[in-house]
Write a protein that binds this ligand. Structure first.
Ligand SMILES: [Zn+2]
Length: 266
């Protein structure tokens, strides 16, 4: 049995229902921002020069849109490697985090450079971080109709195999139906990207990834975003700074080669 309605042929825009939104601004606690600039300050103090460094932005699993901390991984001495953050490097840091926290982006410093933008190298890193983060932080953002031309509706146990030669998609139901709309889930994810400079400037971007479950459609986009500071009661204490000093001494390696990003800009 096969039904074909005229509505199928006339149907215009695919139906789409938005179910959730992704962040449009970068939310960060005062503590996290203070910590980021403190790392730059400590790099200058401890290593006596304004080396560039990178870290990950950290959030609580139950509130993944708010950056509550900055995670400092081992920064490579070889800045060629620094320039390329590989998935393995992110995964390694992710595994060191406590169960209730997650990585929701990355942050890096351009040190004393007056380059207040994201470089081409940064773009590549952002793609890597986005892939990693969205694999863990995706949510259903929409249901979208898959427009099917020539949908074949069949009733279970009431058709012959030969009938399957017709139609582009066959939907087999246990009762007679005359119309069907197929809507697929669209998963969406985001990751934050922040670049800061010694003089106190900062720039932010949010990168988005959407992926459709059935059609396999995938879309990546980005936007410049404002930084919204949130007070969660925590501030950087003297004890925090002592711990951070140790981390900066161990994890940031002075480098005598010019960073690749620097070469890129020259
Ligand atoms: Zn950069």
């Amino acid at each position: 049995m096969r039904f074909k309605s005229l509505a199928d042929l006339k149907r215009q825009k695919p139906k789409e229902v938005t179910l959730a939104t992704l962040p449009q601004e970068v939310s960060m606690t005062h503590y996290a921002k203070e910590k980021a600039f403190k790392i730059s300050e400590l790099v200058r103090e401890i290593h006596e020069e304004s080396y560039e460094w990178y870290g990950f932005t950290i959030a609580d699993k139950e509130n993944p849109e708010l950056i509550t901390d900055i995670g400092l991984p081992q920064n490579d001495q070889n800045l060629l490697e620094y320039a390329a953050i590989g998935p393995a490097r992110i995964a390694e840091y992710h595994d060191s985090l406590s169960e209730d926290t997650i990585i929701n982006g990355w942050i890096h410093s351009h040190g004393a450079l007056q380059y207040m933008h994201f470089s081409h190298t940064d773009e590549e890193n952002q793609a890597t971080v986005l892939d990693f983060v969205t694999a863990r932080l995706r949510k259903t953002v929409a249901k979208k109709e898959i427009p099917i031309q020539d949908l074949q509706l069949l009733v279970k146990d009431e058709f012959e195999e030969k009938e399957l030669e017709e139609g582009s998609v066959s939907l087999i139901t246990d009762a007679v139906v005359s119309e069907a709309i197929l809507m697929e889930t669209i998963y969406g994810g985001f990751s934050y990207s922040i670049v800061i400079g010694d003089e106190g400037w900062h720039e932010q971007e949010i990168h988005y990834q959407e992926r459709s479950v059935i059609s396999g459609h995938s879309h990546v986009s980005k936007k410049s975003a404002d930084l919204v500071l949130i007070d969660n009661g925590r501030s950087l204490t003297q004890a925090d700074i002592i711990v951070l000093s140790k981390e900066v001494a161990e994890k940031i390696q002075p480098n005598t080669n010019p960073p690749t990003e620097l070469i890129e800009r020259m």
